[in-house]
Design a binder for this molecule. Sequence first.
Ligand SMILES: [Zn+2]
Length: 318
Amino acid sequence: MTDVSLLWDQHACLPLQPDADVGELTRYSRDGPAFVSVNAGYSPHSFADSSRLLDHYRRSIDGHPGMAVAATVHDVARIAESGRIAVAFDLEDSGPLDGDLENLRRFAELGVRTMLPTYNHENRAGGGCLDSYDRGLTAWGRNLVTEMNAVGMVPDGSHCSARTGLDMCDISTGPVVYSHSCMRSVWQHPRNITDEQARACADTGGVVGITGVGIFLGPNTPTLDAMIEHLEYAVELVGAEHVGVSTDFSFDAADFLRESRTNPGLFDDSYTRWGPIQWMPPEVFLRLGTRLRDRGWADADITAVLGGNFCRVAETSW
Ligand SMILES: [Zn+2]
């Protein structure tokens, strides 16, 4: 059966290099509309680094016949109708702001639509999920969330400490998402979120994006079955209108390994104990809708989880 509902991958990773080949994104090509949010930097990056990456990605994507950058949800629909893949950007960590909230608006103008304040370890904005203590969102972090709401950027709790995520949900006037976080009740991993975090996110109108990373789904098992176990748990907990998907796919695993070697302090044994991280490739991800239908999911729930929900958040926030 043809799957024509929108597929929305809320987070994927091209090599963080200003000569990265964006052509890899055509791996999302399908018989139906597709959107992907591409990461444009994380905690080690400066404003100049991420701006340079965004310049490169934007120029290359708009110069490629199979894809285009979407600034609005209307753009996503228009680009998808022409058979191309729609792309927007996200940032992991507030480090690329160089401490200047004015840079949020500049990033928004360059197409960044989602940002998480803290990547694994505490910074000026808040706590990280790998810290042994949890002080939550700081005063500066609160200003950051308020300014993100103002410029149309969606606050993202992935990689943050639980308290930081909950604080963001308290303070944000728009939906808060977890772009790429699985359920800790299904698989005990510090990068996965608690039921309380998922409920608070849903209360903002937000979406929990179950992600295709082996070590977050189970013992390094990036399979559709493992993803569906997390999806079904999350749907039962917060309802199908608050659950989405992402791959967190690293198009160049060597690039991720290089990053983890260059910045070993950002990762710990919870990332390395199962050997090289395994990701769900787009080709497998594209089969998720069919598998959910085979599981007996209702069409409306499949449409919502594959993309309708994240698209709703974008419509409200961008
Ligand atoms: Zn991440």
